[in-house]
Design a protein around this ligand. Structure first.
Ligand SMILES: [Zn+2]
Length: 183
């Protein structure tokens, strides 16, 4: 599978939930289970958006095709002295992936906003380290990863280059996707 580690810079919670639902939905159709690591509000919005495009979240969860984790709790579990620890991350990621139905071994789709939580706190080095750990996981676990970052949390109008750099694809807040020339 081609390495896919995209980032979506979003303006509104509704727009990102719809985009995540479309991304995960495209995977469900080809038997790719999904993992979402997000805030409670975002997880609820994604579930609503999945229902709106005719996916039964309950049956996806029951069959092990959809797992959601709380971003803050998950992050707390693998920070070591405030920095994402690679061994703890590996343990956590592999435990989460083991809970998914990977009967067809076709890949896993992931939406994550833990890097954004770190960035928003001003812990930019830890956020970039998080991005690097995920980037490695996309290759190790054959997963397609979409990261979400809220534009409102950046001081300038443009997304920081440092955050774009680890991503194979950048989806700007204006909705125009482009291949990342930095990666
Ligand atoms: Zn990312």
């Amino acid at each position: 599978m081609t390495h896919f580690h995209a980032v979506r810079f979003y303006d509104s919670s509704e727009s990102v939930a719809a985009i995540v639902a479309a991304f995960l939905g495209a995977g469900f159709i080809t038997y790719e289970p999904a993992l979402v690591i997000a805030t409670p509000a975002r997880r609820a919005a994604i579930a609503t958006a999945l229902s709106a495009i005719s996916f039964s979240v309950e049956s996806l969860e029951r069959s092990g095709n959809f797992l959601t984790l709380d971003a803050q709790h998950t992050l707390d579990a693998f920070l070591l002295n405030g920095v994402p620890d690679p061994v703890r991350f590996e343990t956590l990621a592999s435990a989460a992936f083991d809970r998914l139905n990977q009967r067809d071994r076709g890949g896993i789709r992931v939406y994550d906003e833990m890097a954004h939580i770190l960035w928003r706190r001003g812990e930019t080095d830890a956020a970039l380290r998080m991005e690097m750990l995920w980037d490695r996981a996309t290759r190790d676990y054959n997963c397609s990863l979409l990261c979400g970052h809220a534009m409102a949390d950046f001081r300038s109008a443009a997304a920081p280059q440092a955050l774009c750099a680890p991503h194979s694809h950048v989806l700007a807040a204006d909705g125009v996707p482009h291949r990342n020339s930095l990666s």
